[in-house]
Design a binder for this molecule. Structure first.
Ligand code: ADP
Length: 632
């Protein structure tokens, strides 16, 4: 090697190796020695395979043979240095003639730096791709968000699919990059509005506005529009970006909320109540509605939350209020309290406080809303009513007692009247002439009628004063009904009334008060006979259905007008119509019947038609209300 080549050989930045076809190093330059860490002498003792890690030798050999066959070429491989470290190198290998014999020349370049740079590039490329994908996702994902960018001449730079769809939907436009957006907007007013906003952004202003857009034929939608100028690296405005969010639903919901609030405020005002909203955490209370009218205070005068509220409660009711409030919080029940409250005019009013808890999504109590109402008048009316009731009960009792005593006092002389006129009527002390007979018979009938009346009065006053005893017993129904039928038979016969009995059981027992049941049957049957003209018909039906005894007494008599069918069960009430007037009576019989039926836990009602007849039906349980009932 002459001197020039020797200089190049040793000063070049790449490593140079010459090795023989059987792999022995024939020459290396200084860079090679520096990179691999061997001295030149050491290198010259080595084979080329010594600097290739064993695992790569095979594949490197194949590549080298391939390149040499082609007259030379470039391969990349990993070299192993003296200290065991590995370096990536790019080899330019070609066959040469060295000192008259064939050899191979390698120009080797350490590409560790390049590899590192490539790796960094790969990484950052990957990062940008990720960022790009993310960005694309952001642009396309939100359902109602429209995004686009335009240049200074309003020409599209980019847009997302939503914008493409919206433009198609609103203006039937197939938008394209590079075409002015204003060309697509058909409504002149909308076009002008858009241009004004674009120009603002193009002048460098970033702003957000809510606008309505759309073809007049289609429904118009509300959009929240965020305009931002688009700048180049030097800060010059080169266009703008616009992000539109369709907020039609939100806007409608807001309007609906406003409407509801208006309705709510109107309802609150109309109710005349004070509404409160108590925040448990801060203990603040806010009021709406008729605060000034009901309590007399302004909002400012009520400031101070719950503390101020408690201050105004009557001192005697404060403890009750605090206890009840904490109970309400503990149990999370609705509040319904009544207490006295000091109005601004110095007057205590009774107020009703009805509150309901509000919870957040997690289910924690956050407050209570409710209303307060001045119920002073209602309370006073209730008090007056209670007093009136007490008085009425008192006077009723006095009346009943008076009647009971009176009846008793009247019965004694009346018994003498009836007894002695009976004796006279029976001719025990001798005959009577015709006139005497008529008079005595009159005295006897009037006496009996009076006694019946007094007995009824006595019964009803006993019932009303709660002194009428209920004495149930096991009784045989058929027998009881028969007894009453026998008792009323003469009455029926005297009017030639046909009597029929329809009883669907034989040995039915019922747990009832015998005397009262008989009285019930007697009153109903005697009424039926009384209010049925001569040669009419009276009949009894009786059956047991689902442990209930049902007895009905029917007649084809004068009937009862519909509007009086309820009142006849009240004491002293008689039908006011003229055909009724000819019949004697006290108007107490049915009242007693009703009371007695109810004592048996039963019900009675009438079905009747004027001129056609009436049916009184009573239903009582076969076994009775008392626990020791032997039939139950
Ligand atoms: P009284 O029969 O003593 O008047 P009640 O209380 O027994 O009193 O009856 C009240 C009224 O009901 C009777 O006056 C009569 O007008 C009407 N009433 C009761 N039973 C019948 C009936 N079977 N047919 C028509 N009216 C009747």
């Amino acid at each position: 090697m002459d001197n020039v080549y020797e200089t190049i050989f040793n000063s070049i930045n790449d490593g140079i190796v010459i090795y023989s076809p059987d792999g022995n190093f024939l020459d290396v330059n200084q860079i090679t020695c520096d990179d691999l860490g061997y001295s030149k002498d050491e290198n010259l003792q080595m084979k080329i395979t010594d600097i290739i890690p064993s695992e790569f030798r095979e594949s490197v050999h194949v590549q080298v043979v391939e390149k040499l066959k082609q007259g030379g070429g470039i391969i990349e491989l990993i070299c192993k240095c003296k200290d065991g470290s590995l370096i990536p190198v790019e080899l330019n290998i070609r066959p040469i003639d060295y000192k008259g014999a064939p050899a191979n020349l390698i120009v080797a370049r350490n590409i560790a730096e390049r590899k590192r740079a490539e790796e960094v590039l790969k990484q950052s490329e990957w990062k940008y791709r990720q960022a790009y994908n993310l960005m694309q996702g952001v642009l396309e994902s939100p359902k109602d968000v429209v995004i686009f960018a335009i240049d200074r001449k309003y020409r599209y730079i980019a847009f997302n699919k939503n914008h493409q769809g919206t433009m198609k939907h609103i203006w039937d436009a197939n938008i394209e990059v590079g075409v002015s957006m204003l060309n697509y907007i058909k409504d002149p007013a909308d076009k002008e509005k858009a241009k004004v906003n674009f120009d603002r952004a193009l002048a460098g202003e970033a702003f957000t506005i809510i606008e309505e857009y759309g073809d007049v034929l289609l429904e118009r939608c509300w959009y929240e529009n965020v305009y931002s100028p688009l700048k180049d690296a030097q800060g010059n405005v080169i266009g703008l970006t616009l992000i539109l969010t369709d907020i039609t639903e939100r806007k409608n919901a807001e309007e609906e909320v406003l409407l509801w609030k208006e309705r709510y405020d109107a309802a609150v005002a109309a109710s005349g109540h004070v509404l409160y909203d108590w925040n448990i955490e801060t203990n603040d209370v806010t009021y709406s509605g008729e605060l000034e009218t009901v309590l007399g205070y302004s909002m400012t005068e009520m400031e101070g939350g719950l503390k101020r509220w408690i201050e105004l409660i009557h001192p005697e009711d404060r403890e009750y209020f605090e206890r009840a409030s904490s109970e309400v919080i503990e149990t999370e029940e609705s509040a319904n309290l009544e207490f006295r409250f000091l109005r601004k005019d110095g007057r205590y009013i009774v107020i009703e406080d009805v509150g309901h808890f509000i919870k957040n999504i997690e289910g924690d109590l956050i407050g209570m809303v409710g209303f307060v109402k001045d119920i002073t008048e209602r309370k006073e009316a209730e008090k007056a009513l209670i007093q009136a009731k007490v008085l009425a009960e008192e006077s009723n009792r006095t009346k009943s007692e008076f009647l009971a005593n009176m009846s008793h006092e009247l019965r004694t002389p009346l018994n003498s009247v009836i007894g002695f006129s009976q004796v006279l009527d029976d001719r025990i002390f001798g005959d009577l002439n015709e006139r005497q007979t008529r008079y005595v018979s009159n005295i006897l009938n009037s006496g009996r009628h009076l006694l019946e009346l007094i007995n009824d009065i006595l019964d009803i006053s006993k019932i009303e004063s709660g002194k009428m005893k209920y004495k149930p017993d096991r009784i045989n129904l058929i027998q009881t009904i028969d007894e009453i039928v026998m008792l009323t038979e003469p009455m029926a016969k005297s009017k030639s009334i046909v009597f029929e009995s329809n009883i669907e059981f034989e040995n039915q027992e019922v747990y009832a008060d015998r005397i009262k049941l008989k009285q019930i049957m007697y009153n109903l049957l005697s009424n039926a006979i009384k209010f049925t003209p001569k040669s009419g018909k009276v009949w009894i039906n009786s059956k047991v259905i689902a442990d209930k005894l049902q007895i009905s007494v029917s007649d084809n008599g004068i009937g009862i007008p519909f509007n009086e069918q309820e009142s006849i069960f009240e004491p002293f009430k008689q039908v006011s119509s003229s055909p009724n007037r000819e019949y004697e009576g006290t108007g107490l019989g049915l009242a007693i019947v009703k009371h007695y039926v109810e004592m048996h836990d039963g019900r009675i009602h009438v079905e009747s038609e004027l001129g056609k007849g009436s049916t009184f039906t009573l239903t009582v349980p076969v076994g009775c209300k008392v626990e020791h009932d032997p039939i139950c």
